[in-house]
Ligand binder design. Structure first.
Ligand code: FAD
Ligand code: MLT
Ligand code: ZN
Length: 468
């Protein structure tokens, strides 16, 4: 552990000091260039950064943070800028620290099934690096080409394989991170057993850039399971999707994905992609499941589907076990995000509800939304196995009163069911006002104490996760 000298510095001189640390080309101040860092993926959140700084090593990150601390300038941390809650873009006036040059790829350790990579490595680059070794990351999501490993950890991302492997926190066995004052914390040994006090690695998972800048991550890897079969079921509603999933879970130990989408979402996807209907006819709900193993799992999936097809409300099913066929089925689910955004700027509410309440919640959500904002359109899809719904509301963004009314109505409804206002995207700036709906005063006080201990001056991502 090393710590820096600190010492006050004139804020007006900050950019020159940063240029001395990372080199002139890596301190951006030209608006034409910085603008692409200043708006989030949804186009809902944006703010002006006083500069964008792109350190290339952990030591440079530490020097950058020392300089910003000395100048009293707050810092926003950004990875791939695919976050959906506005946590990685400035509110106004911060220095934006981009991690995209932290791209080191360590050797894959096949015995431990672990690898250490820089925080700015994208998920797709990590996949390309480890798959030739017969290993894979247990987390996958549609933003893989841009989302960074540091961002995945900072948001404790979930995605499409949580049902089998858990969220990002469960994949992280070590990391390196820099506190606001430049102190470097290094814990990269990846020991599977290590009970020596507070688990700082876990603490930083889901901290959304408010506690430290993650510069490197050691992840555990899972075997590549090349034998895969996907099935898309057409159903009469969400309750049937849950009943089908219960049967499949009981019969199939190897379920790797269980995704829900509805007729409204399928319409939007087909309009955007031009894809044909996945199955003949129109159906209220669809369940996409994938099973994976070392040997072809199609036979056991067919046996389980036989029982599922006996359930009331199961209307049709299509299977795919070849790569292109599976990708075609997944496209209907993965294209939801871009297709919804193509129809307008959405208010995106990622929530979790107890699975026992999920069907009722899905049924009432469109009415909850239109009661708050008449004329708004709701598109719901999500990760069924975790009761994780993505509630996308179109037609209100840009109208602050309507946006607020929709957020309040949906998040209160979810909280009333014993759910969470954020399942996997985080709190960011988008939900900071609503944190107390599902976190007690005592919990928020503890979070503030942790923040105060690691970042006493409140310089890292101010206004994100915790109310100012
Ligand atoms: P950014 O957007 O740059 O940042 C996100 C947050 O992490 C910010 O608060 C930022 O300050 C902080 N941060 C980033 N890097 C660091 C770092 N090195 N150190 C400290 N803090 C840091 N999310 C899911 O969970 N599941 C999904 O299935 C999913 N699918 C998606 C599909 C699409 C098409 C898109 C656009 C997004 C999706 N997301 C999903 C959301 C997003 O991809 C994840 O939140 C991802 O983890 C963000 O990574 P990023 O590198 O883009 O982070
Ligand atoms: C997804 O599951 O597709 C994502 O979390 C992105 C979204 O909510 O749009
Ligand atoms: Zn998701």
């Amino acid at each position: 552990m090393t710590s820096g000298p600190g010492g006050r510095c004139d804020p007006a001189d900050l950019e020159n000091r940063l240029r001395a640390v990372v080199g002139r080309p890596n301190v951006l101040t030209d608006r034409d260039v910085t603008v692409s860092y200043e708006t989030d993926w949804t186009r809902r959140f944006s703010g002006h950064a006083r500069c964008v700084v792109r350190p290339g090593t952990t030591e440079e990150v530490a020097e950058v943070l020392r300089a910003c601390s000395a100048a009293g300038v707050p810092v926003v941390v950004q990875g791939g800028n695919t976050g959906l809650v506005g946590g990685g873009v400035p509110a106004g006036g911060e220095a934006l620290l981009s991690t995209t040059r932290l791209r080191a790829l360590g050797d894959v350790d096949p015995v431990a099934a672990q690898v250490t990579v820089g925080a700015g490595v994208t998920l797709a680059a990590l996949q390309r690096h480890v798959r030739p070794h017969g290993l894979d990351l247990g987390v996958d999501l549609a933003a893989r080409d841009s989302a960074t490993v540091g961002g995945l950890v900072a948001t404790n991302a979930g995605g499409e394989k949580v049902i089998r492997h858990g969220s990002m926190r469960a994949q992280v066995v070590g990391l390196q991170a820099v506190l606001a004052d430049g102190t470097v914390l290094t814990r990269l040994t990846g020991l599977p057993k290590d009970n020596t006090g507070y688990d700082l690695v876990s603490l930083l998972a889901g901290s959304e850039g408010t506690l430290a800048v993650i510069t490197a991550v050691r992840v555990r890897l899972v075997p590549v399971l090349a034998a895969r079969t996907a099935a898309l079921l057409a159903l009469d509603g969400t309750a049937t999707a849950l009943a089908a999933l219960a049967v499949l879970r009981e019969q199939l130990p190897a379920i790797e994905g269980a995704e829900l989408f509805l007729a409204t979402g399928l319409d939007v996807v087909r309009r955007h992609t031009g894809l044909p209907a996945p199955l003949p006819g129109e159906h209220p709900a669809y369940l996409l499941v994938e099973v994976a193993g070392r040997t072809d799992p199609t036979g056991e999936l067919l046996v389980a589907l036989e029982e599922v097809s006996g359930l009331d409300g199961v209307r049709d099913v299509v299977l795919a076990s070849d790569g292109p066929g599976r990708e075609r089925l997944w496209r209907y689910r993965e294209a939801h995000t871009e297709a919804v955004s193509a129809e307008g700027v959405p208010v995106k509410l990622d929530v979790a509800v107890p699975v026992g309440r999920l069907a009722d919640v899905v049924a009432v959500l469109p009415d909850v939304v239109t009661a708050a904002a008449p004329g708004a359109r709701t598109v719901v899809f999500g990760h069924l196995g975790e009761g994780n719904l993505h509630v996308n509301v179109l037609g209100v963004a840009g109208d602050p009163v309507a946006e607020h009314a929709v957020e309040e109505a949906v998040l209160r409804a979810v909280a009333a069911e014993g759910g969470s206002i954020s399942a996997e995207h985080g709190v960011g700036r988008a939900k900071v006002e609503w944190l107390s709906l599902t976190r007690s005063d005592a919990e928020i006080a503890v979070m503030r104490a942790v923040k105060g201990a690691l970042d006493p001056a409140g310089l890292l991502n101010p206004g994100v996760l915790l109310p100012r």
